[in-house]
Design a protein around this ligand. Sequence first.
Ligand code: VG1
Ligand code: CO
Length: 542
Amino acid sequence: MPTISTQPFSDQKPGTSGLRKSVSVFQQPHYLENFVQSLFDCIENLHGQTLVLGGDGRYYNRPATQIILKMAAANGVARVKVGQGGILSTPAASCVIRKCQALGGIILSASHNPGGPTGDFGLKYNISNGGPAPEKVTDAIFARTQTIDRYKISDAPDIDLDQLGESQVDSLIVEVIDPIEDYAKLMESLFDFEQIHQLLTNGQFRMCMDSLHAVTGSYAHRIFEQRLGAPVGTVQNGTPLEDFGGGHPDPNLVYAHDLVKVLFGDNAPDFGAASDGDGDRNMILGRKFFVTPSDSLAVLAANATLVPGYQTGLAGVARSMPTSQAVDRVAAQLGIHCYETPTGWKFFGNLLDAGSATLCGEESFGTGSNHIREKDGLWAVLFWLNILAVKQQSVEQIMQDHWRLYGRNYYSRHDYENVNSDRASALVVKLREMIPTLKGKQFGAYEVEYSDDFSYVDPVDGSVSQRQGIRIGFTDGSRIIFRLSGTGTQGATLRIYFERYEANASQHHLDPQEALADLIAIANDLAQVRTVTQMEAPTVIT
Ligand code: VG1
Ligand code: CO
């Protein structure tokens, strides 16, 4: 079996969600191979095991799949289940890993980052629970990439990824599977498909699903149009493309502009949704109405018992630290615990495995549950449809009622993309220095109650993750949070998160940017954001 000698690349440290780099970086000789061999070297008892493999279909998905299959063969893996065409959405991969009790899986995706020859590519390893590898695993892989000097790869020919069924690369059995079937069955076991079918075919309710030319196109066609009977055309931008049609496959008000045009236009449908490159994010819209991801998580938690898969109630909920505290209020009402974790889905895995949390969410358009170990875009859309089918109310009505009951957590995130990395790091250092001086300080109507750099102790395994974002909390519960992105591939992305609680129902109709204007000004002032970023305004506001 050919063993190829190689030299380390210094930049193979996985970020918030796997290793993400531009395609041209991944295409360098030995780059992908080094990382995959480092991963294989870190997996105990790889020999004779089953792995799952698939990606979001972006440019370089197919060649990377062939390389990984040949390396799996050379490293003694017994069986790889690979999605047809090399495709598996991230949630579907998690579903398959769990269902076939695989040792783990490799997901090829840079998620919401643009694709194509000049876009990004990525690789993520998921462990046997179906979830992203925890930090101790990714740290070990990175350490291995720094000393690697050889990798093993079979010289067998490429296999046919389009033909369902089994074939062989040397002694490795490659099983090409339908990427949708197991996932669709799982969805059917959680939601009331009959009731959703009635809603979608009653002649009154209309929905629009925008797959942004990314991986959920085929999943959405099969589930919404074929299984649930929604009219053909319900799914738009539903043909997966290697470059996502040149767009950002990121479901927010900026990048999902086609959907926004439909839902905020004349004769708008009742419900709109979009998902990202690899299908784990979701955006929910009503007619001329946007649901923030943080509010969406709170609504799902408050209404979970209306849905068959969650009718016995929730064990607990979890949210990433920058996600708004809307779900905390629901948890308090339900008498269940709300966990606060660092950004990144990998931190939810232990809580889900331990049965401590049932629903999880992030402000970055990620929502999910214990049905798999990844966030799940179409799952969130089906969850909303199930609630709408039971309640027979509009999205806006459900949200207004929710705010009346719990109060509204005004929320927004401002991103400054492609900032000079040194300047961005300097900003964080300066804020860290400021932390001890802030408590008790008054900024207009706001008084600082606490300030820290968020640190998390995993309640299950005791592992500690430090420096996860600078928090400034005010006495009225408002928060400003600063952190640098761990998924970008160009310069640094500064994210600033704003949150303010409003109990008074007569104040629930404001534009979030207005409602948060004072906090936005405080953040600018404290961190000198404009000067540091040399930008007048954020590049993306969500
Ligand atoms: C971003 C989001 C985070 C999410 C991660 C992966 O990370 O903020 O909440 O888990 O992307 O999502 P960062 O480090 O750039 O803020 V995905 O759908 O890109 O896998
Ligand atoms: Co994603």
